[in-house]
Write a protein that binds this ligand. Structure first.
Ligand code: ZN
Ligand code: ZN
Length: 346
């Protein structure tokens, strides 16, 4: 990513009423600089441009980069920035610990520290073509891994064993990590939306929900499939049908310019038609990028509007206590004229 160009384009949006902004959240550091070790770095933004501050551990990789940077032991970062820390200096209130903010206030006597929220995240909602290609790659890894290990699914295999196979297959295909702890929820555990994977064996007859993703160069994929083993109970098979129809209804609404709440509304109408709306306890979806869950939230109470460049999930689910559940999730790119379902092909 041509980081300095990106930041010059957006510096005004980032600063607005501030003289400077200290960026500490790793995903935001990575977004602004492309730096691969953002957990060990800060980004300073002011009228003079952008400065990456990191530790001597990364001196070598940075030598080949044009990115303006300073290398110093972390204990000395506040001192390093003291001269530039004047006037209204924003920090990321949702990320920087209170104790750290207080010590910065002491280290920077000329600065008035201002809490900010969501400034870089607002930019991250719209992905560039390059970001899209990284998400497409993360999705391809998740897809080919799943297709490779799906034949292992059989009654008696534990949820954990299948999760381990899938995660290993993703690593072998180039994932730097799993996007999140893989969910394999079978039988009655399917009634928990975030079930993780347990030592429970997959049932002879029932549903198994698999929710997984890969991380590739900082970017994530996220997808869910519910699979039937043997002959699932009729109520579960019906719930699964309802979920698929709800997903289709939401997908049919998705295009640039449409308020996200209309998508959730469309899914809800389908589930209400099955009398299952009470068993759908979460939002329809979320943005995906450098974080698995990021803006925009795709929910009935959200005022966001779909815009070209967004990457979102749509993931209706139905959870029947004591019985089980079903969820289907697609990863969707919002283009200029329509959508692309990035998670197709499984
Ligand atoms: Zn998911
Ligand atoms: Zn998701």
């Amino acid at each position: 990513m041509e980081a300095s160009k990106l930041v010059n384009d957006f510096t005004e949006d980032l600063l607005a009423d501030l003289d400077a902004l200290l960026v500490t959240k790793p995903e935001n550091v990575r977004y602004l600089t492309g730096f691969e070790h953002p957990e060990d770095a800060w980004v300073w933004v002011d009228g003079g441009g952008i400065l990456l501050v990191t530790t001597p551990l990364y001196a070598n990789p940075l030598r080949e980069r044009t990115l303006p940077h300073a290398i110093e032991r972390p204990q000395r970062w506040p001192e390093l920035l003291r001269e530039r820390a004047r006037g209204r200096v924003g920090f990321e209130a949702a990320h920087l610990p209170y104790a750290r903010a207080r010590s910065l206030a002491e280290a920077w006597p000329e600065a008035e520290l201002m809490p900010t929220e969501g400034r870089v995240e607002a930019l991250r909602r719209i992905k560039s073509e390059e970001e899209k290609s990284l998400i497409v790659r993360a999705m391809a890894i998740a897809r080919t891994a799943f297709l490779a290990v799906r034949p292992e699914i059989r009654p008696g295999l534990t949820e954990e064993d299948f999760a381990a196979s899938l995660e290993c297959a993703m690593r072998r295909r180039g994932a730097e990590d799993r996007a999140f702890a893989t969910i394999v929820a079978s039988g009655t555990r399917g009634a928990y939306p975030h079930a993780g994977a347990s030592d429970a064996p997959l049932p002879e007859n029932g549903l198994v929900t698999v929710d997984w993703g890969a991380r590739y160069r900082g970017y994530h994929s996220d997808v869910t499939r519910t699979l039937a083993l043997g002959e699932p109970q009729p109520e579960l098979a019906r719930a699964h049908r309802a979920v698929r129809e709800a997903l289709e209804a939401a997908l049919a609404k998705a295009r640039p310019g449409v308020p996200v709440k209309e998508l959730d509304q469309a899914a809800r109408e389908v589930l209400a038609g099955y009398d299952l709306l009470d068993y759908y306890p979460h939002a329809l979806g979320h943005g995906v990028g450098l974080e698995v869950h990021e803006a925009p939230r795709v929910a009935i109470e959200s005022d966001e509007v779909l815009r070209p460049g967004m990457v979102i999930t749509l993931e209706p689910g139905v959870y029947l206590p004591g019985l089980g559940g079903a969820r289907e999730e697609e990863l969707v790119w919002i283009g200029e004229n329509g959508i692309e379902v990035l998670s197709e092909g499984m």
